[in-house]
Design a protein around this ligand. Structure first.
Ligand code: HEM
Length: 404
């Protein structure tokens, strides 16, 4: 599999990904033309520079503060479905960081859009004349109308403020609405100089970020709370690490999260056992030798990330949730044996973004709350909706660590 992931030739996505075409078009995730993909990836890579990612930290904190309010409301209840809390939080984060628009999913605003985005991943495979097919078209319309409106408004703003589109400048007059927006401004800046990148191309990339960046992180958060809530000793160690770094209600910074090795190990172990994207596919365009086999041109090759992560030669006692295995700096493992974000040239462009988000949300919530999982691992049924989700959610009892 190492050869497959390292390969720079067989990087095209096969037909199966085109089920997302009506929604994501030629966006980075499903783009099946290697030249266009390379062009777009080159254009978008600067938006994921660590300095730009640092600017999202206040948004991660602000949205987690709202999540904390919702956890406070849940603390009196017998249990809460943690997915219902973290999915809107993740959607709020990705929408605001990629477009500047506050969708306010956690405050239950823009419900038609939220419903549309959540349904879309679920009902893709339906023929258009069926009732669900009509529902899919409706969802598409709702989500694309909003994305187009946000892009048009931002373009008008940038044109009125010509000269201020330099991505290195920041307008400080009204930081709420005018602050530089990395993803969308980068694309609009390019569009205003070279309109071969059309507004519809930009819409496809923005929708791609929203799709690729919200379900995945929300699922990882949900499973991580579940694992933490199952193993009190692991939760105790996490609380100990967080208490030594954070005060009770502070803004978590990039420097803080760099000092949280145990939290990072817990996230990695969660991603190992429950990778949100369990399978990736590639269209084989040139014969490739994998071990003793030649995989011929024309074949679709699937890489089962979830199965790879259970190899007992690499991960002894593979079904045990054991974050410690990630503290011993990859002993006996190569970089291609842990691939929740895929690997090689077609890897996840958002992985640093995702890890920062996961660490900040988890650090802030765990600092103040205790989580107890009410269902054992084998009771939770998973289903595939492009990403793999818990079918009926995850029930957790949330309790404050400190009395108000
Ligand atoms: C825990 C969170 C995440 C996981 C597990 C994850 C996983 C992955 C995986 C496995 C791929 C490869 C898919 C394939 O080859 O078919 C991928 C691609 C991608 N991801 Fe992520 N992702 C996460 C978060 C994000 C975030 C936050 C963003 C955006 C901010 C993002 C944007 C993308 C994009 C645009 C691609 C396509 C890259 C390309 O083909 O050039 N992802 N992701």
């Amino acid at each position: 599999m190492l050869d497959f992931l390292k390969c720079t030739v067989n990087i095209e996505k096969p037909y199966e990904y085109q089920l997302l075409y009506d929604w994501l078009g030629k966006g980075l995730l499903i783009n099946d033309c290697s030249d266009l993909w390379r062009e777009r990836r080159k254009l978008l890579t600067p938006a994921f520079h660590y300095k730009i990612l640092d600017e999202f930290v206040p948004i991660f904190n602000e949205k987690t503060d709202i999540l904390l309010d919702r956890l406070r409301e849940s603390a009196d209840k017998e249990s809460v479905n943690i997915c219902d809390l973290v999915f809107p939080a993740a959607l709020d984060i990705i929408t605001e960081t990629s477009t500047g628009f506050k969708i306010n999913a956690q405050q239950k605003e823009n419900l038609d859009y939220i419903q549309a985005v959540q349904d879309m991943g679920r009902i893709l495979w339906i023929f258009s004349m069926t009732k669900m097919g009509q529902q899919f078209k409706h969802n598409l319309n709702v989500s694309q109308t909003l994305t187009r409106r946000v892009i048009d408004e931002r373009k008008r703003y940038l044109m009125q403020n010509k000269g201020n589109t330099d991505l290195e400048t920041k307008d400080t007059k009204d930081s709420k609405t005018r602050k530089r927006l990395a993803f969308l401004d980068l694309l609009l800046d390019h569009h205003l100089r070279d309109n071969t990148l059309s507004l519809e191309d930009i819409r496809e990339e923005v929708d791609t970020f929203i799709f690729a960046g919200h379900d995945t992180t929300a699922i990882c958060l949900s499973w991580t709370y579940h694992f933490i809530g199952l193993y009190p000793e692991i939760q105790r160690k996490l609380h100990q690490e967080l208490d030594s770094i954070l005060t009770t209600n502070c803004m978590v910074t990039i420097d803080d999260i760099k000092r949280m090795p145990y939290l990072e190990a817990v996230i990695k172990e969660s991603l190992r056992l429950r990778p949100p994207v369990p399978v990736i596919l590639r269209a084989i365009k040139q014969d490739i030798q994998l071990g003793q086999y030649v995989i011929p041109r024309g074949v679709t090759l699937g890489l089962m990330i979830d199965v790879m992560h259970l190899d007992p030669d690499i991960y002894p006692d593979p079904l045990t949730f054991n974050p410690e295995r990630f503290l011993t700096a990859g002993e006996g493992r190569d970089a291609f044996s842990f691939v929740p974000f895929s690997a090689g040239v077609r890897n996840c462009i958002g992985q640093k973004f995702a890890l920062n988000e996961l660490k900040i949300v988890l650090a802030k919530t765990l600092r103040l709350y205790h989580f107890q999982s009410l269902e054992p691992r084998d009771r939770l049924i998973e289903y595939n909706a492009i990403v793999k989700k818990p079918k009926n959610g995850i029930r957790i009892k949330v309790s404050p660590r400190y009395q108000a």
